[in-house]
Design a protein around this ligand. Structure first.
Ligand SMILES: Cc1cc2nc3c(=O)[nH]c(=O)nc-3n(C[C@H](O)[C@H](O)[C@H](O)COP(=O)(O)O)c2cc1C
Length: 182
């Protein structure tokens, strides 16, 4: 495996957002016993809150990931290379409640530096986060346009604010992302 170099959390900001809009990113959580689960995310934000670097993700209550984040308040976000597109699609389609996606997709769960949930060895950029705040959407405060477009069946997201406690990437990220669409 390529050595993973520590980076500033904004070093691959545009690459990360671009991959989030293309295939999606991989969010890893874990239960108390340490068993990991992975789900695809298409929405999220990297920024500064409370004077700290934060990765905010949005998880619907129906996800198995939601149960795990309530159990262990930490997660990692992993940026997949384009070759992993099918894996990303699978992780965004089946649930960890009934599937061991790490095993099915041959993903390497590598010990994180600072948090309990692992990172994914095959991914290129990694963000380790500890949850410092969470809150639920207020449907009554949402504009009707987004309400109707994104929530026809309810299942409103919970926001998880993950303070970035470690960020690192493969040395050859830029070459590996060259040629991907977007
Ligand atoms: C491209 C893509 C982006 C997604 N983004 C999100 C997201 O940001 N939040 C969310 O709750 N679900 C999102 N999903 C759906 C979950 O990944 C999907 O329901 C997954 O099976 C949940 O896995 P889990 O039950 O193991 O947690 C997305 C799915 C895809 C394919």
């Amino acid at each position: 495996m390529m050595t993973k170099q520590a980076m500033n959390f904004t070093d691959y900001y545009s690459e990360t957002l671009r991959r989030m809009r293309e295939d999606g990113l991989l969010l890893v959580s874990a239960d108390r016993a340490g068993k990991p689960n992975v789900m695809t995310i298409g929405w999220g934000a990297i920024g500064i809150m409370w004077g700290r670097p934060v990765f905010t993700v949005m998880v619907r209550p129906s996800r198995f990931t939601y149960k795990l984040l309530e159990e262990v308040p930490a997660f990692t976000v992993n940026v997949p290379p384009p070759e992993l597109a099918e894996t990303v699609q699978h992780c965004g389609t089946v649930s960890g409640a009934t599937h061991d996606k790490f095993r099915e997709m041959n993903l390497d769960a590598i010990k994180s530096r600072e948090v309990a949930p692992p990172i994914i060895g095959q991914c290129l950029i990694h963000y380790e986060c500890r949850i410092v705040h969470r809150c639920d959407m207020r449907p009554d405060l949402l504009i009707p346009e987004i309400h109707d477009e994104c929530y026809p069946g309810g299942n409103f997201h919970r926001y998880y604010f993950g303070e970035l406690v470690a960020s690192y990437a493969d040395e050859d990220v830029r070459t590996r992302l060259v040629g991907s669409a977007g």
